[in-house]
Write a protein that binds this ligand. Structure first.
Ligand SMILES: *[C@@H]1O[C@H](CO)[C@@H](O)[C@H](O)[C@H]1NC(C)=O
Length: 507
């Protein structure tokens, strides 16, 4: 009927007009009102949530515009967009924007976090990998040689048939997209495949270490199997821990890791390397063998985490990451392959008890008003049924802990005369407890006399607050304090604003 179409027409026109989106240097300027329309119109869109005052956003802006312009010049369907998150707060909170800039890549309207490069070329190559055909066609032996030449690891899919049929290898393409750090190629020419002792359909992972090559001939239609194959076979038998490898080590399927801490300059390093690689072959799908070079300054964080000092090297720790991180330590410190094997077998058989870090008990641990606890004397002191024991768990680097020091000292002075009260502290970065896991600093707990009940102190960290808590036997001071006394700068550095508790430094 005519009247209905007349009615519909202006609506259509209106909605078309509404999707007319402003661009700045070929970057779409999105806001609450046009965001959904833009998502609908562009299947692949990178969105930057920024704040006008943010420095990283300012340095990204020219590169971002350059990438947007280049893509536009190439008639690419990929769009770059930006949202002023300080104005469009609804959008910012909808997409969980916490810091600036936050970049999200939307494919068919579904967002994923963008943690890719911040240079124009890098942005473009990342986006193309996510959207276009992500593997390189290799149509000669020379092309393959060049492709493999400067890559530690690369994967080539050998397929029967011509490139148009490669589209069928959907699982391959999808698997390829999930790797940012490994390049993939494909070959369809039978003669070329034969040069590489391959025949369609199969995947070959080429590597410049260990066996040099790994093959996958079955399950080629299963994306997850392909991903698992590449993840597993691309790792060296004895992988060196560093910035690049960290994520691949710790986010992989393998949850058991044997870490060897030693200097690469050690005389017998090559021998250790050889024997560990032999061992790694035997435990291929059970354990990952990781080398931590103790000469590398950057590795001090991980060695600190394990409570290791110079005199401890070479050191061995086995960790399990299935749920919480659990550590195991062999009795012997020498790197004897037979003993390592016994240690690993005992671990796999469930015969070992977890290892907990502890410092030695200081000779003067009970001389000052604030008693010093370590892993080795904790239980004896804290679970003394005749005493209320207040313990502050701290980290040497934690700012909130440092602020607490004079107040806590004063508290200890105040209760010094009471022989049924102990005020104590423990450095939780160097001392661990089987029964208690400390995730943020400072954490304050009262171990009550009598029943040894444990009560957390979540009140204000003032002399008055803690005094009241102690004198009431843990009754007062469990409620969260009103508001948060952190200023904005601190709140942005710490994660405190997400917690309705007294401010803490997260581990
Ligand atoms: C161990 O030796 C292999 C073979 O020589 C070498 O490729 C690898 O880099 C060495 N591993 C480490 C952690 O240095």
């Amino acid at each position: 009927m005519l009247w209905t179409s007349l009615l519909v027409l202006p609506l259509v026109v209106l909605s078309i007009m509404a999707t007319e989106i402003k661009e700045e240097e070929n970057v779409l300027v999105l806001e609450n009102g046009n965001f959904d329309a833009a998502l609908k119109e562009h299947n692949d869109m990178l969105v930057e949530f920024y704040a006008p005052w943010c420095g990283h956003c300012k340095s990204l802006a020219p590169e971002y515009a350059k990438a947007a312009t280049k893509l536009k010049d190439e008639n690419s369907a990929i769009k770059l967009a930006k949202v002023d998150a300080t104005v469009e707060s609804d959008l910012a909170s909808k997409f969980g924007v916490r810091g600036y800039p936050t970049l999200k890549f939307f494919h068919d309207g579904v967002p994923t976090e963008y943690n890719g490069p911040r240079q124009a070329e890098g942005i473009i190559s990342w986006l193309k990998k996510k959207t276009g055909f992500p593997a390189t066609k290799l149509d000669s032996v020379d092309a393959i040689k060049t492709f493999l030449a400067d890559r530690e690891v690369a994967v080539i899919g050998f397929f029967k048939g011509e490139s148009s049929e490669i589209e069928d290898a959907k699982a391959f393409v999808e698997a390829v997209r999930s790797f940012d750090d490994i390049e993939f190629g494909y070959v369809t020419d039978k003669a070329i495949a034969e040069e590489y002792k391959a025949s369609g359909n199969m995947l070959v992972l080429f590597k410049k270490f260990d066996e040099g090559r790994a093959e996958l001939k079955t399950d080629l239609n299963d994306k997850d199997k392909i991903i698992q194959f590449v993840k597993e076979t691309s790792l060296p038998l004895f992988i060196e821990f560093n910035q690049q490898s960290a994520q691949r080590i710790f986010s992989g399927e393998m949850k058991n890791h044997l870490l060897i801490f030693m200097s690469k300059e050690t005389d017998n390093f090559n021998r250790v390397n050889e024997s560990v690689r032999e061992l790694a072959k035997q435990y291929k799908n059970k354990l990952l063998f990781v080398f931590v070079n103790t000469d590398v300054e950057e590795n001090s964080r991980i060695t600190e985490f394990f409570g290791l000092q110079k005199e401890d090297y070479p050191a061995v720790r086995l960790i399990n990451l299935a749920e919480q991180l659990v550590k195991y330590k062999p009795d012997v410190s020498e790197l004897n392959p037979e003993k390592l094997k016994v240690f690993v077998d005992d671990y796999l058989a469930g015969k070992l008890k977890p290892h907990l870090n502890s410092q030695e008990i200081p000779a003067d641990w009970d001389k000052a008003p604030v008693k010093v606890l370590v892993g080795k004397n904790f239980d004896e002191v804290a679970f003394d049924k005749s005493k209320d024991v207040l313990v502050e768990f701290y980290a040497p680097w934690c700012g909130h802990c440092k602020k607490l020091v004079p107040i806590y000292d004063e508290l200890a002075e105040k209760f010094a005369a009471r022989n049924d009260v102990v005020i104590a502290k423990m450095d939780s970065t160097a001392n661990e407890l089987e029964h208690t896991r400390i995730d943020s600093f400072p954490t304050i707990k009262l171990y009550k006399k009598g029943d040894n009940k444990v009560v957390d102190y979540n009140g204000e960290r003032t002399l008055e607050g803690m005094t009241k808590f102690l004198e009431s036997g843990g009754e007062f001071g469990q409620a969260a304090p009103e508001g948060d006394d952190e200023d904005l700068d601190n709140a942005m550095d710490d994660d405190d604003e997400h917690e309705n508790k007294a401010p803490k430094d997260e581990l």
